[in-house]
Design a protein around this ligand. Structure first.
Ligand code: AMP
Length: 283
């Protein structure tokens, strides 16, 4: 496994892989690697002859009061995980490498970045799309793998790739969960043992919503109330949003129809946890 700290080294190694006719798979991450990241790497390794993982805690996607400084950084363990998963190249640039110039150019996806996390994290998605555009230009992958856990991110990036004609395909991989249903996240490290015990209530509420829909409930206000009531049973939970949207346009729905995204953000102390489920009612 190669490790590149500079853009030049990464680009040179990837050019060599391309000359050898390798399909390039790319898994962008912020490190603190866990089972969720591993599943993306495994999918890429299976599908592509050369898998590139980037580890970069991207400052431009954090708000001024967010956890950029305290975000978990576990590089040596991350590199072991990448090696173990059969990754070919890990790209670990510094902030200076990635933001070396005047940084006056931003990639902004409109409309889809307004609801859900966009409402509570102004500028977050501009940071995400800009860094991914830069990474896509450096790595030039055939496939890039993202998690369904960050559903809005995957939709926004698919739109960016389509609108700007990036020559790559984004593949969205399923959310990996702990045994008790909690979506695996680097931010789960922030939870106290008591908060960790309560946090599975998020997925439980989403599953209850799915059951409700399967038994015929269509009214989204009714479903949101059910989700709210379930989550509020956890004493430490502070709900940021519960939204039920069309999974393509991210427009709010009054009644469940077709492909629907049910997404929530819940604060447990300093940890802001997000989760979602997709429902297809085929109508
Ligand atoms: P992050 O390091 O948090 O920026 O995440 C890097 C990638 O891993 C993103 O595409 C995330 O959606 C994905 N990811 C994070 N957690 C999970 C999870 N529990 N299951 C599947 N993918 C995940």
């Amino acid at each position: 496994m190669e490790i590149a700290k500079t853009i030049k080294k990464a680009a040179d190694l990837i050019k060599t892989a391309r000359r050898r006719n390798k399909i390039i798979g790319f898994v962008p991450t912020m490190g603190a690697l866990h089972k969720g990241h591993c599943s993306l790497m495994e999918t890429s390794v299976k599908k592509c002859g050369c898998t590139v993982v980037s580890i970069f805690v991207n400052p431009t996607q954090f708000g001024p009061r967010e956890d950029f400084k305290n975000y978990p950084r576990t590089l040596s363990k991350d590199l072991e995980i990448c090696e173990d998963k059969g990754v070919d190249l890990v790209f670990v640039p510094t902030v200076k490498q990635m933001y070396h110039g005047k940084n006056l150019t931003w990639v902004k996806v409109e409309k889809l970045t307004l609801p859900l996390c966009g409402r509570f994290r102004p500028g977050h998605f501009d940071g995400v799309t800009t860094i991914c555009a830069k990474l896509f230009n450096i790595v030039n992958p055939d496939f890039a793998f993202f998690g369904q856990k960050d559903a809005q991110q995957a939709i926004v990036l698919k739109t960016m790739v389509d609108d700007l004609n990036f020559p790559l395909k984004i593949i969205t991989c399923p959310t990996i969960r702990e045994k008790d249903g909690l979506a695996v996240s680097s931010r789960n490290k922030y939870l106290t043992p008591e908060q960790r015990k309560q946090a599975p209530v998020i997925y439980k509420a989403l599953c209850n919503a799915r059951n409700l829909i399967q038994s015929g409930t269509k009214n989204t206000e009714r479903i949101k109330t059910e989700i709210k009531n379930t989550i509020e049973k956890a004493a430490s939970a502070e709900i940021q949003y519960i939204d039920i949207l069309d999974a393509g346009s991210l427009e709010e729905l009054e009644n469940i129809k077709g492909k629907t995204l049910i997404a929530v953000a819940v604060l447990f102390g300093p940890a802001r946890l997000i989760d979602n489920i997709l429902i297809d009612t085929k109508s």
